[in-house]
Design a protein around this ligand. Structure first.
Ligand SMILES: Nc1ncnc2c1ncn2[C@@H]1O[C@H](COP(=O)(O)OP(=O)(O)O)[C@@H](O)[C@H]1O
Ligand SMILES: O=P(O)(O)O[C@H]1O[C@H](CO)[C@@H](O[C@H]2O[C@H](CO)[C@@H](O)[C@H](O)[C@H]2O)[C@H](O)[C@H]1O
Length: 473
């Protein structure tokens, strides 16, 4: 049985802001209520699916929680407890059931059966034979959602903040799976919420079950290993040779991978264009885009004063974009492309997470854009990776910071060039031929990152600021 609603909502309001995936950490919760509750499993333990309505800054967001209910919470689940422990022996304890494999197995069973439970629909792709004998493990990586690994076979992503209608990640992955694109994990099934007042009657996506690439290593870890190796490279050049550094000299050179990643990116862009189409927008819209970029810069400088010294250079790039604006072909893109969104396995590079930037509105995320926006995102990520060890980790002695900055620059430059080369060679728009557009996109992303870090990971804020200092010098 669930605790009384006023107790449960109080406990949830206390627990929610402490979750990595909670998107509203910068404002207090004004009101929290349980919009929809669906019992998925009766008994002890019990499983309830909750859609929470969370009010902040006068606006409402919806979040999904799988609520486990047990009379006695075993030690292994204590860390997932929601709210205070019961004062008497009679009350049930509630906890985040994403951490309880005894309960999450229900999701697989319902997906395999194509079940409907209350307003929840469990769907699988035609012909899918979903295994139900697998035990789940939540992924511990820093995430905007919660993903469960089922054995070595599946990954089930539970979207935490719900958006109206079909989730972009499902929409794109399903279309690319159907088109036979080899650079996305195949979709096996999904969970959705049917509701009378959904956007245009479309069900709201709650979860996505895809192939788990068990041998996959994420691009960020691979890149950081390469940078570490490059920093540790034993040959110390003479003082006047630092500027001439050739990043290929390190054992863990990443450039060949960066080039392959560029090629995979171009192929996914082509597949997205084929699946969703391409539209040509007039020059006026490009000028309006440049104006929006600048307005966002002004807002972010107000909130994060450390950005202000770079504002002039960034505005200059937006002015250049407006000045040379012409009609531009736009299409669906990844939207939040960085090294943490790509996996390298024996079959090549796979792209993940087509949801767009978590801090943007649903409308902004769905908007068509130029594919070089993703290229700019990845170039930013090379900048991040190159400077992460100097700026963030504390593992590098400060006195070597100056020399390491030169090395960081050489690493970033080499891998940026390799990525662009691979992208253009595989048929993507040549980044070198669109330097003004690319630079504006790169600065736009850097401004987003400054806001993102200030809001979510303040200790990381120096990473985009330092790289901006370098890019705008
Ligand atoms: N199909 C997959 N196979 C293997 N690992 C995956 C897969 N999908 C996601 N991951 C891992 O989970 C992490 C987060 O996934 P992602 O889709 O980016 O979630 P989020 O939206 O929460 O950021 C990835 O960085 C990757 O390490
Ligand atoms: O992966 P998410 O969809 O949650 O994306 C958000 O978080 C990312 C960090 O986890 C953030 O990416 C920034 O940091 C990365 C290193 O952690 C770096 O590789 C990226 O280039 C940088 O943008 C992303 O911006 C944010 O939307």
């Amino acid at each position: 049985m669930l605790p009384p609603e006023h107790v449960l909502t109080r406990d949830l309001a206390d627990w929610l802001p402490r979750q990595r995936w909670f998107g509203g950490k910068d404002a207090p919760i004004e009101e929290l209520s349980i919009g929809i509750a669906t019992e998925l499993l009766a008994g002890d333990p019990g499983l309830h699916h909750l859609v929470l309505d969370v009010r902040q800054n006068g606006a409402s967001d919806r979040y999904q929680v799988l609520l486990g209910v047990r009379r006695d919470l075993p030690d292994r689940l204590r860390y997932a407890r929601i709210g205070a422990p019961p004062d008497g022996g009679a009350k049930e304890q509630v906890y985040d059931a994403a951490h309880d494999p005894d309960l999450t197995r229900t999701l697989l069973e319902d997906l395999a059966a194509g079940a409907s439970v209350g307003p929840l629909r469990f769907r699988h792709v035609p012909g899918a034979r979903i295994r139900t004998d697998l035990t789940s493990l939540p992924i511990t990586a820093e995430q905007s959602n919660t993903s469960l690994l089922f054995g070595d076979d599946y990954i089930c992503k539970l979207f935490r903040r719900l958006s109206d209608g079909i989730n972009l990640d499902l929409e794109v992955n399903l279309a690319l799976t159907r088109a036979g694109c080899e650079h996305v994990p195949a979709v096996h099934g999904w969970i959705e919420l049917e509701e009378a007042d959904g956007a245009g009657g479309e069900p709201v996506t709650l979860g996505l079950l895809s192939d788990y690439l068990r041998t996959g290593a994420d691009g960020w870890s691979l890149a950081i290993a390469s940078v570490r190796d490059w920093f540790a490279h034993t040959t110390q050049p003479e003082e006047d040779e630092w500027a001439e550094l050739d990043a290929s000299a390190a054992g863990g050179d990443f450039a060949a991978e960066a080039e392959r990643l560029g090629a995979a990116t171009a192929q996914v862009h082509r597949a997205l264009a084929d699946a969703f189409g391409v539209t040509v927008v007039p020059a006026d819209e490009i000028r309006a885009m440049a104006a929006r970029m600048n307005a966002e810069l002004t807002r972010t400088c107000r909130d994060v004063p450390g950005l202000a010294p770079h504002a002039k250079a960034l505005t200059g790039a937006y002015i250049d974009l407006a000045a040379q604006a012409g009609p531009l072909a736009v299409q669906r893109v990844h939207g939040d492309y960085h090294l943490g969104q790509v996996l390298r396995s024996e079959s090549g590079w796979t792209l993940l997470d087509f949801e767009g930037e978590p801090a943007r509105t649903q409308r902004e995320r769905r908007a068509l854009s130029h594919p070089l926006r993703d290229v700019a995102g990845m170039l930013r990520s090379f900048e991040y990776a190159a400077r992460f060890l100097i700026t963030r980790s504390g593992t590098v002695p400060l006195e070597s910071g100056g020399h390491l900055e030169t090395r960081a620059h050489a690493w970033a430059a080499r891998n940026r060039a390799a990525f662009c080369r691979g992208y253009a060679a595989a048929g993507g728009a040549d980044p070198a031929a669109h330097a003004v557009l690319l630079r504006a996109f790169e600065f736009e992303k850097a401004v987003y990152e400054v806001r993102y870090e200030a809001r979510n990971r303040p200790a990381w804020l120096p990473v985009p600021l330092k790289s901006l200092a370098h890019l705008t010098a």
